[in-house]
Structure formats: C-alpha cells, structure tokens
Design a protein. Structure first.
Length: 83
C-alpha cells in the first residue's frame, strides 16, 4: 500500500482572502509580527498498490482532474510506502 500526501496551494499571484482574514485575526490577538498567512489544502489518499511509478501517475492525474484548479492553484505530493 502507498499513501499519497497531497498539498494544494494557491499560486503566489492569487489573492487569498481566507489567509488575509487569519492574518488580521492573529494581529488582533497580539501576533503583530505575523507578516502573511496562506491557506492550503492537505489531502491523503491510500492506494492498494505497491508500484510507486503507477501511483505517481495516478496522483498527478487525480490532482489535474479533480483536486487542483490549474488556473489558480499548484500542487505537490509525497508518496510513502505503508506496511
């Protein structure tokens, strides 16, 4: 089995209103030195598969077709074999 740890983030050029709201809230409770906050998505998918190359191909396809909007987001992932 293989676990894919997928991180989907807004591109740097895309405004992150949720992140701005968090930064404002952090400033309001005393964390004035926080310069910026970006909100991201973290997804785990477990594959009943042992071939890392096959899983890599599938994860790219899943991200491109469903998990990440290529116009506003980018993604990266890690694969971890499980016992």
């Amino acid at each position: 089995m293989v676990k894919a740890k997928i991180y989907v983030q807004l591109k740097a050029s895309v405004l992150d209103p949720q992140g701005k709201a968090v930064t404002t809230s952090l400033h309001a409770i005393g964390y004035e030195r926080v310069a910026d906050t970006r909100i991201s998505k973290y997804i785990e998918i477990i594959f009943d598969e042992t071939d890392l190359a096959a899983v890599d191909t599938q994860v790219h396809s899943i991200c491109d077709k469903l998990l990440a909007n290529p116009n506003t987001e980018h993604y990266h992932f890690e694969l971890e074999t499980m016992e």
